[in-house]
Design a protein around this ligand. Structure first.
Ligand code: HEM
Length: 519
């Protein structure tokens, strides 16, 4: 075909233009790091360095070898998106703490999907919007509020102990990951949102089914892959179709749950001071201001921010999910470690017995006294962090030592090579709780242990998660001696492409009721 005004046929023009465009958009940008004098593995057009993940996201050996080869700061392309991979201690301190004002966000507006209500969750917010919503939600996690939550969490933990007893009757093994997940779901729903859903009794409860769907997103999903490779290109399409990375039915389920909860709280409330109520108070502030349509600046009052309906739905959804699988992994993987190290288990049991001698419930004070248990949990989180990457985006052009960081650049922080660095942790594959004694912790750099992130934008739920884990573990160990089931693989096989820590075949344990149980 020839267009009259063209000197050459259109097909020729396309054949010339396509390679030129391909070069401009997919080849030329890949020389960026070379020009900056930053090393890194060789990227390929379109896929960038995605082949680095061909063996999965939990390949400790490969990630550690990359740091050895290229150093503590190197460049990669996630698809066509450039990022600095940072494990150097000084650089980490600059990003997370000293220059936090230049790295407040986790993703850039040009790549973050604006699909409501998911995009309104705290973890996705940027700039002042993030700062204000964080100030609104933070009071839900103070020591005073945590104290009020211990009774409910203890009740959930009692149910957990009973359920373990029930499943393991006659010496059968149980998957402690499944039990822990049901426990953490009940606990977060009750303490955060005042709903008693009792998923421990009903394993196929819609809360569990839908929450699991939210965690099933992984790199095998073609939609995720296309978005990861070419975010800027695919973002407008996904936004116009309102497609988020999470399954629509799961988003719809939780949106309808939180809409009902909002209605309940509006018509009388339940008198609780929990995450839901803090959000509702901030939402009422919104309505007093006259509607839902305000801008971030218009919605700001002091530091706390009035929340729209989407804000409440997005954050409700995110808080439930953030506190569910992560905390369950922490509990079940710690039990896996204790089962593998009977001598450590003995010491924890001794401490638990001592602390629980005059108590029925693991109260706030007891949690503080369970110091050796805390060391075990922390060492387990070093070896098995529930998430393995952190992210920050430069919100302004800046410099860190010799490195020029342009605005919009993604800083990709892989937690595994930091946690398995023999300089930071000699014999890194060994489970040694003593690494987290008070004295050792005081000596340690804040960016050497990052299962909960670091700096002002670290995990908002860290203290709640630690408290839940201590209560559950103390209750289990007061009642049972635990061992790995004969069919449990050692070391535990991880689900390679899951973004969150996941045992491929569960964590199977057997239990022996202790004589001193519930004396
Ligand atoms: C073992 C349990 C948990 C682990 C390992 C964990 C881990 C993390 C990590 C690594 C981050 C990112 C931090 C950063 O970028 O520096 C994060 C953020 C977050 N976590 Fe957790 N988390 C856990 C439990 C919880 C719980 C129980 C809640 C709430 C109920 C929660 C809510 C959040 C929220 C809302 C954010 C976003 C914070 C922000 O952007 O300001 N997490 N968590």
């Amino acid at each position: 075909m020839a267009l009259e005004f063209l000197p050459i046929p259109l097909s020729w023009l396309v054949m010339i233009l396509l390679p030129v465009l391909f070069y401009i958009y997919c080849v030329h940008p890949l020389s960026m790091f070379k020009k900056m004098g930053v090393e890194g593995p060789k990227p390929y057009p379109v896929i960038g360095n995605f082949l680095e993940f061909k063996n999965g996201l939990w390949d400790i050996e490969l990630q550690t070898s990359r740091v050895k080869e290229f150093g503590g700061v190197y460049g990669v392309f996630g698809g066509m998106r450039p990022a600095f991979v940072v494990t150097d201690r000084e650089f980490l301190r600059e990003i997370f703490i000293k220059q936090f004002h230049n790295f407040t966000d986790r993703s850039a507006s040009s790549t973050e999907l604006e699909v409501r209500p998911v995009c309104r969750g705290l973890a996705n917010l940027r700039g002042d919007d993030w700062k204000n919503v964080r100030a609104t939600l933070s009071p839900a996690f103070t020591g005073g509020k945590l104290k009020l939550m211990t009774d409910i969490i203890n009740q959930c933990a009692d149910q957990l102990v009973d359920n373990i007893g029930e499943t393991t009757r006659n010496g059968a093994a149980c998957d402690i990951k499944e039990h822990s997940s049901a426990f953490t779901m009940d606990a977060i729903a009750a303490v955060g949102f005042g709903t008693d859903i009792n998923t421990q009794e009903t394993p196929d409860h819609p809360f569990v089914v839908n929450a699991k769907k939210a965690f099933s997103v992984n790199l095998k999903n073609p939609l995720v892959l296309i978005y990861l490779l070419l975010p800027k290109l695919v973002k407008p399409i996904m936004e116009s179709l309102q497609v988020s990375l999470l399954p629509r039915d799961c988003v719809n389920f939780f949106s309808s749950i939180f809409t009902q909860l909002m209605q309940q709280r509006q018509t009388g409330g339940q008198g609780r001071v929990d995450m839901m109520q803090l959000m509702m108070d901030a939402h009422t502030m919104k309505e007093e201001e006259g509607g839902e349509g305000g801008t971030a600046s218009g919605r700001t009052r002091g530091k706390k921010q009035a929340l729209t309906r989407d804000d409440v739905l997005g954050n409700g959804f995110q808080l439930i999910l953030a506190g569910y699988e992560t905390t369950a992994s922490m509990i079940s993987f710690t039990l896996y470690q204790l089962a593998r190290h009977p001598d450590v288990q003995d010491r924890v049991v001794q401490e638990v017995d001592q602390v629980m001698k005059d108590r029925d419930t693991v109260d706030y004070e007891a949690c503080k006294q369970l110091e050796y248990l805390e060391m075990c949990i922390m060492e387990n989180l070093r070896i098995y962090p529930p998430g393995n990457r952190l992210a920050r985006v430069a919100t302004a052009d800046t410099k860190i030592q010799w490195l020029t960081v342009p605005k919009g650049m993604l800083m990709d922080i892989p937690v595994l090579p930091i946690h398995y660095d023999p300089q930071r942790y000699p014999e890194p594959h060994k489970f040694i709780p003593e690494r987290f004694s008070k004295e050792e912790r005081q000596k340690r750099d804040p960016c050497d242990w990052m299962p909960f992130g670091a700096g002002p934008r670290n995990c908002i739920g860290m203290r709640l998660a630690m408290m839940e884990a201590k209560i559950a573990l103390a209750k289990i160990l007061s009642n049972y001696r635990i061992a790995l089931a004969p069919d449990m693989e050692v070391p535990v096989q991880l689900s390679k492409f899951s973004g969150f820590l996941k045992p491929e075949h569960g964590i199977r344990i057997t239990v022996q009721p202790r004589n001193s149980a519930r004396e």
